[in-house]
Ligand binder design. Structure first.
Ligand code: FE2
Length: 313
């Protein structure tokens, strides 16, 4: 049996759910349905985002004057909650009241950018072991690729990670390590950092890139292989979402990617076969060359990738 936790490391293990306001729920519904997510109306008139085949709610959207990432729930083991609360207080972080109408179990704190984080016991949504797959190998004498008409809709299986714009990458690394018990995977100076959870999971659960202010940069959704990444790109283009970046492969995390721009200037990523860091591993974080911070191969980066989608006019 896989041991899904490190007894010698205190720390949150998973993303629970995020909350975001968007200027048009109609636009959001169309975008995320096209992306292959299970989009439902909730009882308060907002939308829930799930991956098909799972009851887990990854995200809740409400209508607001503009797109704004509101808060993030992170899950811990039940028997670590109190120690994590004490760890936050010891680190000089004060708890805050739950926002009106939100779950007040566990505790709430602000991260260094003032984004509200909710820490509570919950299901471990990070995988307990790597579930890598690869496209089928060619067989001699047989056409291996499917017909275009028979590929079906690409549906991501889970939320892999969330990437944020931040005013200070070092402050976020320090906060993630000292308060949340997360661990640095890799960085490129003070420009970009990738953070993993200590109890087994993807190379990054959270990522940060320096910018003019806090913002959601992208939501990353796991698909089985690079084939689904490519087909996801085609699916979004056919639905009218032609702007994005990819298909390509990252160096840090090693995953294949396609980022499609959402209606508000941030992105959703199809991601396949990211490096997996088991609970038993002692991953050694490294500071890499800036050229390795973005990609191994793929098209040139579009300027839109660096625009802060929640700051400015
Ligand atoms: Fe990503």
């Amino acid at each position: 049996m896989i041991e899904n936790r490190r007894r010698d490391r205190l720390g949150i293990h998973s993303i629970g759910e995020f909350r975001m306001t968007v200027p048009s729920l109609e636009d959001a519904k169309r975008f995320y349905l096209s992306f292959g997510l299970d989009v439902q109306q909730d009882t308060q008139g907002g939308l829930t985002l799930r991956t098909f085949g799972s009851p887990h709610v990854w995200g809740r959207l409400r209508e607001g004057p503009r797109k704004k990432f509101e808060s993030l729930t992170l899950h811990c083991f039940e028997d670590e909650l109190e120690a994590l609360r004490q760890r936050a207080l010891y680190a000089g972080v004060t708890t805050i009241p739950a926002p009106t109408g939100e779950d007040d179990s566990g505790f709430w704190i602000n991260n260094p950018d003032g984004v509200a984080l909710h820490i509570r016991p919950g299901v471990k949504t990070t995988p307990d072991e790597a579930d890598h797959a690869s496209p089928a190998l060619p067989v001699n004498g047989v056409r291996c690729a499917p017909y275009r008409r028979s590929t079906g809709t690409i549906q991501p299986t889970r939320l892999s990670h969330i990437a944020f714009a931040t005013t200070s990458v070092p402050a976020q690394i320090d906060f993630c390590e000292r308060v949340l018990g997360l661990r640095l995977s890799d960085r490129t100076g003070d420009g970009v950092a990738f953070i993993h959870a200590p109890h087994g999971g993807d190379h990054h659960l959270l990522a940060f890139a320096v910018s003019s202010g806090p913002a959601l940069h992208h939501l990353s959704w796991d698909v089985p292989t690079v084939e689904e990444v490519g087909l996801g790109y085609m699916q979004m283009a056919a639905a009218g979402y032609a702007d994005g970046w990819g298909v390509g492969r990252h160096v840090l995390g090693s995953n294949y990617f396609y980022y499609v721009q959402d209606p508000w200037g941030s992105f959703s990523e199809f991601s396949a076969t990211m490096d997996y860091i088991p609970a038993s591993a002692d991953w050694v974080a490294q500071d890499h060359q800036p050229e390795d911070g973005f990609y191994l191969w793929g098209p040139d980066l579009p300027a839109a990738f660096f625009v802060n989608s929640e700051q400015g006019a």
